[in-house]
Write a protein that binds this ligand. Structure first.
Ligand SMILES: [Zn+2]
Length: 203
């Protein structure tokens, strides 16, 4: 009788979730799979051999990718970090000026909702105003980590417009804006350029 021997790879799913697939470029469902090589007889795995390590499989394009791919933030996570960062920047700017000013608050609400947080309202502004400075600063840093240079410029310009809503920038507001630029990783000279340009455009 003829025996057919061979080696077969058997994979099983250890976890599932959503990741950013670098292959097909988008937020996709994935399966994290672990494999083992088996000795097979008549194509039936019979004796377990060595482990094959883990891989991430995109459910859309079927690409097998290294587990480290899961560290790439999803588009959804980036959008959330950005909205949270703008929220924090708005609170820092409002606090450095007159946080009760109606025009400045309205501008903050319009800006943050524009960054994708539709539920941000007057109550949310008040809640953010009493948050710890270090927490707010951290949120700005995290948003900045996802932004290209041009997007940082836009982000800072939005914060400047919040500061300008109640009139010309005061010393406190100016210093808060430079602080935000610094958290975004912008140089002082670059930040000054963006602030002055935005002030000029608002006149
Ligand atoms: Zn894919």
């Amino acid at each position: 009788m003829l025996l057919v021997f061979g080696l077969t790879a058997v994979f099983r799913t250890v976890s599932e979730g959503t990741f950013h697939c670098p292959q097909c470029g988008g937020d996709r469902a994935y399966r994290r799979r672990t494999g083992r090589r088996w000795f097979s007889v008549f194509f039936v795995p019979t004796v377990p051999l060595w482990r094959l390590g883990q891989a991430v499989e995109c459910r859309t394009c079927r690409a097998r990718l290294p587990v480290s791919t899961l560290r790439i933030p999803t588009a959804q996570q980036m959008a959330e970090a950005l909205a949270a960062g703008m929220r924090a920047a708005a609170a820092l700017v409002l606090r450095s000026g007159d946080p009760a000013d109606a025009a400045a608050r309205a501008r903050a609400i319009a800006t943050v909702t524009g960054y994708g947080e539709p539920a941000y309202d007057a109550a949310a502004v008040d809640a953010d105003l009493v948050l710890r400075r270090t927490f707010l600063e951290q949120e700005v840093v995290q948003a900045g980590a996802h932004l290209a240079v041009e997007a940082k410029e836009w982000f800072l310009a939005q914060a400047v417009r919040i500061g300008l809503a109640d009139g010309p920038l005061g010393e406190g507001e100016r210093s808060a804006l430079h602080g935000i630029a610094d958290l975004l990783g912008m140089s002082r000279a670059y930040a000054l350029g963006v602030i002055v340009t935005t002030e000029g455009a608002a006149r």
